[in-house]
Ligand binder design. Sequence first.
Ligand code: F58
Length: 841
Amino acid sequence: LQDEYLDQWGKALEQSPLANQQTDVASLQASIAYHMNASLFRTQHNLEKVAVYQALAHSMADKLLLDWNRTQQRYRKDNPKRVYYLSMEFLLGRALDNAMLALHMKTAYQEAVQGLGFRLEDLLEQERDPALGNGGLGRLAACYMDAAAALDLPMWGYGLRYQYGLFRQSVQQGFQVEAPDDWLMRHHPWEFPRDIKYDVQFYGYVATKMNDKGESRLFWESDHKIRAVAYDVPVPGKDGFCGNIRLWASQPPHHGGFDLDAFNQGNYDQSIASLKDAFLLTSVLYPNDNHQAGKELRLKQEYFFVSASVQDVVHRFKRYRCPWSEFPNKVAFQLNDTHPTLAIPELQRILVDVEGLAWDDAWDIVTRTFAFTNHTVLPEALEKWPIYVMEKVLPRHMQIIYDLNLFFLQKVEEKFPGDRDLLNRVSIIEEASPQQVRMAFLAVVGSHSVNGVAALHSELVVKELFNDFSLYYGKDKFINITNGISPRRWLYQANPGLRDLITHTLGSEDWVADLPQLQKLAPFADNLEFQQQWMAIKYANKVRLTQWIRDDCGLTVDPRALFDIQVKRMHEYKRQFLNILGVIHRYRVLLQMSPEARRRVPPRVVIFGGKAAPGYAIAKLVIKLINSVADVVNNDPVIDDHLKVVYLPDYNVSLAEKIVPASDISQHISTAGTEASGTSNMKFVINGGLILGTVDGANIEIRDEIGEDNIFLFGTLADQVADIRHAQKYHGVLLDANLQSVLDAIQAGVFGDASIFNPLIDTLTYGGDFYLISEDFDAYIKRQNDVDALFLQKAAWAAKSIRCTAGMGFFSSDRSIGQYASRIWKVDKTALGNGSTSTAD
Ligand code: F58
């Protein structure tokens, strides 16, 4: 458009209602009423809470949109180096509360809806929690997008818009039951469909053709195409910045997927076959956490996602007509684990086959553009794809991977001549039957930087997972960036009581953007009055949680009891089994005590929550065991309120926001060396919750920051695990005596039909106790006794709780993102430009 028209558009927008939104209560009410009528086609005579929530969400989204356009327009004009965070998962949680707080509009909206006859808290509960992620990895992506927006860092997320998110969980007769998460059944006001589309192809064949310049080129051709369409999700930042996550949905490529000829011939199934195909592709998030699904559809999801994203980024880059050599100075791709690794051969393919670059020039660009974050060392979670599947679905990519591997192995051979074993070990192709592509190796070879997510994990990544690679590339390529969490969602939003006390004590809200300031709370740790205020907030949060427990589980628990919480995905390595075995031990000890002795033990409420992958039988049995134990313990009149066991169904982000501020103690008890980092540990501690944990993942750095005295650590160390497992193999597992009597009780039917638990108990005996539950049992029980003893000393507990929060400054996602930006992406905060507000990208 010519400049004069551009100006006119700018002026028109300035005059529009969008640019002239007022934030007084009457104007907010007007905007809610407007959306009720204009966006939802409803009137005040036909109102449900959900409709009011939607009108309110639309009203809030208007404000975000303006910021979104301004921010993106500025990036478009200034063309800074941009970061693209490629992640199959974004576990965002609810949007409305977060947006209102980011834009400082919650109080005004609260008043506005109250004046219209509703309570804001009730309306917030109407929002569906988008569950486009499994657990830690997906939630980390959300915290990182939040930090980038808060820091005004030009970073976009790219992901998939699954029609069905992570399944919804209910519990029936103690067993997990899964139902589809149909989160889009109702209109979702927080996404904006764009007219941006790319075709992605699968299958087909590779042919040689002449290009325009008469050069012979390889072309990948296929009739099997699916169209990716973009949905943008705004990420509220600070001071008018707004980030973006672009999610791709699959659609049929042409004619809306309808085959009229087939229909006319009466072949109805055939007439909509391509529609079904396209719909299926992004229909559902694979529900495995730390385990590879290995299905062809999953591979297609991965490729669909990276192909659309890389095409979009290349399209944006080409708009500026820079030479290709500039690409790494304008683009940084961060791979959130190996799931987006196909972006590496995809960019190589586009540069060589489509753009006509020489192989080596293209590879130089690719390797300067990509960086890779590893999130696990568990062998079962490391992605490998059988070559016969890759050759069928992505024939050209398979050729590229073979070539990349060949050139890589030649270089390794040059550096370490004659070492056949080494070549075998580092080859991207695993010589197994069937042959497989090792995606993590492809990610390492195609990236300039590889990082783990906590200090111990990054050490294991170098020493174990990629040891040969670190010898070949040198140590500098392998770094650590310890995970972080958003202080905005996990303290400011989730714990308003504590937020206000901290703000009042420190004199301003500056600590949110500069989290190490929390250290200024430390001098108050022994101040009795401050302790009382602090613990009163904790108590209020516990009361709020008891109401949820009553509503969700029909169980009444006493908020004065010690709240002991373990909420995370159900997995053997996370050892919820150890926790429930410990609960049974406690139950038995309490039963043997005199009433007086029992009264001297602080009453406990042990709370569990977390989903098991639908195909993970052992994890599902642990859920059943927890519920069976709960049935017995909660109804035992001798035990009364001394011990209660709660399993909260359908654990998700919004439930976590209620649970996290209410813990006295939370458990992070993975077998040492298995939990890459953990992030809920950070969330609990920043909210003044103490933790009971193993010397694993980020627990170690939390200890270093808050001090050894303020954390209950126990158990085997990572470097002892291999020896213990080795010894078990030869001498068998000698079960801890207390543990043996707990198992005896289960097998005697104390918790119902014992036979169903046999496979679970076998993991300790016949299975060789791979996760070292027996080995750690005694230390665990002793540490739990220390927790009891401290809980009786109210002042000492409160002081530790305050020191916990005070020491957590390091774990802000802003710190993590700052480290990624300076150490990997080499991007800076952009200077605030003055871009006009016409349509952005
Ligand atoms: C988690 N991984 C780690 N993977 O287990 C946890 O220690 C870490 O704190 C977190 O990442 C963030 O770094 C994880 O959540 C998955 O859920 C994958 C989803 C896709 C399939 C394979 C597992």
